[in-house]
Design a protein. Structure first.
Length: 318
């Protein structure tokens, strides 16, 4: 409970630091915010009209004043209005978040389903041909950029055999589950395959360490079946690094996989925040980054709680 309390107490400080950094960073991007918002129509405005728009959005004030106003509104639950969508920022974020969350969960499940068994398989056949094949496959998976793997999947499964759609009008999960799964499986495979390669190497290394422990050798000497030794005794103690890597990767995925969302034309957080940066939609960028940072901290907190469940030794130090 002490660990949980300390983590929760750190949330406001971390969010304050993130808010300060993103507030300054977006304003350091070169270019005129009003011109970026309006595009070609900005050339039709007079200097007085541009100044009026800057005053309306509060962009004519010093940065410290803008930050103070934004922070005060944030404390009251107001993330501002998106100039791109003309809607409250929080509503825009929550409309895009379900897709990003679904993509992150599917990618994580695929990675765990491939990476953990492959890592255990390689560890139980250390320095043999099967181990070498798994390690080479994992290295190829880690070395191949996700967009390359995504384009290969589109070519093979969509353009080549027509098994799955590459893109199209997105169907939400709660409206058409089958169409949604057909649209999400390729992006999830693209992200999950790269993540599975990392998980395979981590799981293999952790299993090799655990299999050399005294209690594993004792279990084998007592005649415990090999399958039970591996999956019941060794694997739970090898899962901590796997959980750590999974939590970090899942936190990143909740921020939106920009390249994959762009390839498959998915309306997720990644594409949205990229467009917001290009359009200098300050409120939307600030609100989205803050939302992502909060999600990342929640995931890290859940990972810490998972440690307590997996390893009783950590409970004693908590």
């Amino acid at each position: 409970m002490n660990t949980l309390t300390r983590r929760l107490a750190a949330f406001p400080l971390v969010l304050l630091g993130v808010s300060s950094l993103v507030f300054m960073a977006i304003r350091l991007v070169p270019g005129d915010a009003i011109t970026a918002m309006l595009g070609t129509e900005a050339g039709l405005l007079t200097p007085a009209q541009k100044q009026a728009l800057a005053a309306y959005f509060g962009l004519d004030r010093p940065w410290i004043v803008q930050y103070g106003r934004w922070l005060w509104a944030l404390l009251h639950g107001d993330l501002g209005i998106s100039v791109t969508y003309g809607k409250p920022v929080l509503g825009v974020i929550l409309a895009r978040f379900p897709l990003t969350l679904e993509l992150a969960v599917l990618s994580l499940l695929i990675a765990l389903a491939i990476g953990v068994p492959a890592g255990v398989y390689a560890a139980t056949r250390a320095e043999k041909g099967a181990d070498l094949a798994v390690r080479v496959g994992a290295m190829i998976g880690q070395s191949t950029p996700s967009f390359v793997f995504g384009l290969l999947l589109i070519y093979l499964l969509s353009a080549g055999f027509g098994v799955l759609p590459a893109m199209g009008t997105f169907a939400p999960l709660w409206l058409d589950p089958l169409a949604n799964l057909g649209q999400m499986i390729l992006p999830a495979l693209t992200l999950g395959a790269a993540f599975a390669a990392s998980l395979t190497r981590i799981a293999r290394s952790a299993m090799l360490d655990v299999l050399s422990e005294d209690y594993v050798r004792t279990a084998r000497a007592r005649g415990v079946p090999a399958r039970q030794v591996i999956w019941r005794h060794a694997l739970p103690n090898a899962l901590i690094p796997v959980v750590t890597l999974s939590g970090i990767e899942f936190g990143y995925l909740l921020g939106g996989a920009v390249i994959v969302e762009q390839i498959y034309a998915l309306p997720g957080l990644g594409r949205m925040v990229l467009d917001a940066i290009l359009q200098r939609d300050y409120a939307l960028v600030q609100g989205t980054v803050l939302f992502i940072a909060f999600n990342f901290m929640v995931v890290n907190l859940l990972v810490d709680l998972a440690y307590f469940w997996l390893d009783p030794r950590i409970r004693g130090r908590g």
